[in-house]
Design a protein around this ligand. Sequence first.
Ligand code: AMP
Ligand code: MG
Length: 544
Amino acid sequence: MIRLGYSYLSLPEGFYSRNQPEAWSAPSLVELNTPLCRDMNLDPQALTDYFLRPELRAQMPCPFAQAYAGHQFGHFTRLGDGRALVIGEYSTPDGRIVDLQLKGSGRTAYSRGGDGRASLRAMLREYLMSETMHWLGISSSRSLAVVRTGGRIRRERWQDAAVLLRVMNSHIRVGTFEFAANMLTEADLRALVDYSIHRLYPEVAGDEHPVLSFFHRVMQRQVDLLAQWMRVGFIHGVMNTDNTSISGETFDYGPCAFLNAYNPATRYSSIDEHGRYAFGRQPQILHWNLIRWMESLLPLLHPDPKRALLIAQEAVDAYPERWRVAYSDMMAQKIGLPPGNSESEALIGELVRMMEGGGWDYTQTFHALTYGAMADGKVDDPALISPYTNRDPVFVARGSVEYNEKAKNSQVTDGHQLTDGHHLTECHQLTEGPWVNCSAEPYSLSEAHRAFSAWHPRWMAAVDRAPGGRARARLRMLASNPVFIPRNHRVEEALDEAEAGRLDAFHRLLEAVTEPYRYRVEFKDYGAPPSEAFERAYQTFCGT
Ligand code: AMP
Ligand code: MG
């Protein structure tokens, strides 16, 4: 039996409700992450037994669903784990306490109209995406197992139901604080802050102003996390405040997907009609989410509400500069320059305009720069930018201009007015230009190619001037620029096959992304982006 703890239940009762998972008619193990079991010192057999032997499950302490609220697409809603249960907290060999959480385990007190279930397809998708993020070196929930329950559920069509067992340092999110601030008492809110600090940021407990230090720590973790997302072209797809973790981990992989052709307006989620959560909007949305978080912390900042508001405003106003530094240091490394390099911002700004104007594939562009395929400064032959194939189109998704334009023109306007009239404002640096690096218009297709010839020698000169020169640059680039990301068409192909009971394609894709920075010729086909037609039509779903 797995030994589990329940520290979360020390919080006031409003924060959770106890609930057993529903009975599964014919459970069968689809995927088990044995390397992760090994790392966690978890017995794979004990896990398998947990799923397949209901009598053992019944002997374990009662799992619980967490209560929370959140802003979904800008609107405040009362939420909670409607289809998830924390089965307990597990102590890892490296001394961390992590949540083991079941997703798709049946209805809870917070299910509202939902059935509490999840599809096999959506759970395998989350398994693949979360493991990809981990292997890309990006903080994320991890996936331990996917089990088909034997049931069927209706989503866009009838599908097999499944549960996912995932691991996370904590599922506490911005929405947990919004819930406490709006639905519980100030003492409850204080208890949540104390618990979160104790569990996730114990180093700030002794600070002069622990709540403020806590905010700054989380803000920095989230900023760093987002910079990592942008590094690999990750679009979360549903950055609601209930999906923004306090631990700084990526989680809730519903409609996420990776960018192909560089365009900051790219969004794949079927419900994100206006591009609120588009690739280039993510920095602004994170700021917005952190402001909502800060609003819920206001009563704990200072007994005088006016003073509290001033402290809060100053703290959230630190975001744009922190983001600028994180983003520009991250992008500098993608072109081989050290953090803080004075030339990198201009070089990156230009490169981004070229990528957008030329519709260049984000991953392949940096891969080609890393491996020198662009060394002679020419890109008009797509084969140069695509080290994999001469056949597949590289310049994809140019056709998406229509929705991109719509997305660009939309604004994140739904500011949340606190009931007492206190209201934090966003910093203009972000609201005026919602897109990353959009100070200048993208180049046209022909300009992009010409611009590259001028850019290339400037880039080389900057690399040569930086300490360590080209050799050091190459190392930075190898570590920052993945070769294999889960390309949308590959993900769908793997999931189609898996739904039909064949897991080979899923395993092969998983293997490709398990070493995402190392080019391996046998995975050559996994480097190519989808066709333009595929990209144009591609949509992702929340899986709810
Ligand atoms: P998500 O978009 O996965 O972050 O979910 C948003 C909210 O909807 C969360 O409170 C979920 O627990 C809830 N939810 C999603 N799917 C279901 C479902 N099938 N049954 C009940 N609640 C759900
Ligand atoms: Mg969620």
